[in-house]
Design a protein around this ligand. Structure first.
Ligand code: ZN
Length: 349
């Protein structure tokens, strides 16, 4: 029987063989009794396949991720809206009798991505069934912690070709699978592709991992060399350690919306203090947030049992360098490092 292209597979048609490479595998979050695979064909189109989870060992004795197979005796079904790893209206159901014949010497891509540009992300915000592939320059890890429920949450920043940064949040085993050292030590520029992400918004836009997420460092696709060249041009002559240390005028000229996640530094002098603004506040000893008053007592919304409030600096002042000036608020530890007196002491004095 002739081989069918993935783009020609329709729900419930008779199963003409497919020739594909198995690209990825994952355990879907919503369908705990299933296991999923991603297949791509020689034209670069991809389709999702799934089978019963209890047959996972059987399937994986018949095929391996990364290799190519002629697949027959499968069922084509309508794609479910929870399965939008690829834009396709059909999905492949693998059964115990599905046949996988290894094929070699075929020209089938090793990877499949459906990258969305930064401009398209906002339209996908909080649409949890619409999964997004994204590519950018790995900038740095911003945190790696456990949430109060004990779940690992790793965050890093990706920069796109137009200097826009987005936070990527990887949860649990997706984070565990990341080789942090390899990313940090990759020679500049380290291009990272993340697949099957949800677009969320907390303070800013964020890409959050799903069960189907995979992360690829410098994947071997054309987009990567194009992107890498753009970053090489942009950062030519810039010391990467100093790239966020800028004169005040340059920082003020930037559009805040595109730099929400970036922390800048500048070398400047404090030229005046604002005497009309309070220079300290009563903060929570645990999180340093300003305490709210509740029935004659000062308490933190998050830490009701925290001991004695603490006096903390919040200095409102103007800083200047040769390019301009800016109004800033300097909080506790940085200001203490300047004047060498803890806020508590100065308030008592
Ligand atoms: Zn607190």
């Amino acid at each position: 029987m002739a081989v069918r292209n993935i783009s020609d597979v329709n729900p419930n048609d008779n199963a003409a063989p497919l020739e594909v490479r198995v690209i990825r595998t994952w355990q879907p979050f919503l369908f705990q009794n299933e296991h999923c695979y991603l297949f791509v064909d020689s034209r670069g189109d991809a389709i999702e396949a799934y089978g019963n989870r209890r047959d996972k060992a059987l399937f994986e004795s018949k095929f391996s991720v990364g290799l190519c197979y002629r697949i027959s005796k499968y069922l084509s079904k309508k794609a479910r809206n929870s399965h939008n790893v690829v834009p396709s209206n059909a999905t492949i159901h693998l059964g115990r009798s599905t046949i996988f014949e290894p094929i070699v010497g075929v020209d089938i891509p090793h990877q499949y991505f459906n990258f969305m540009p930064y401009e398209s992300l906002r339209a996908r915000e909080n649409m949890h069934f619409l999964l997004t592939d994204y590519i950018g320059r790995f900038d740095r890890f911003t945190s790696d912690t456990r949430t109060t429920s004990g779940k690992r949450l790793m965050k890093f920043l990706l920069e796109d070709a137009n200097e826009r940064f987005i936070e990527v949040a990887l949860w649990e085993e997706i984070a565990d699978a990341v080789d942090k050292e390899a990313l940090v030590n990759t020679p500049f520029p380290c291009i990272v592709a993340v697949t099957s992400m949800k677009v969320l918004r907390f303070k800013n836009l964020q890409l959050a991992s799903t069960a189907a997420t995979h992360l690829y460092g410098n994947p071997t696709i054309q987009d990567v060399s194009d992107l890498a060249n753009r970053f090489r041009e942009r950062y030519a002559g810039i010391n990467m350690d100093d790239r966020y240390t800028l004169p005040i005028a340059n920082i003020l000229a930037k559009n805040p919306v595109d730099y929400m996640e970036v922390k800048f530094s500048c070398i400047a002098s404090i030229v005046s203090y604002n005497p009309r603004r309070s220079w300290f506040y009563k903060g929570c000893t645990v999180c340093k947030k300003k305490l709210g008053s509740r029935e004659d007592a000062l308490i933190c919304d998050d830490h009701h049992d925290a001991p004695q409030p603490k006096y903390l600096y919040c200095i409102n002042c103007t800083i200047a360098d040769s390019t301009g000036n800016a109004t800033v608020t300097i909080f506790d530890i940085p200001f203490q490092s300047v004047i060498k007196i803890p806020c508590n002491e100065l308030v008592i004095q």
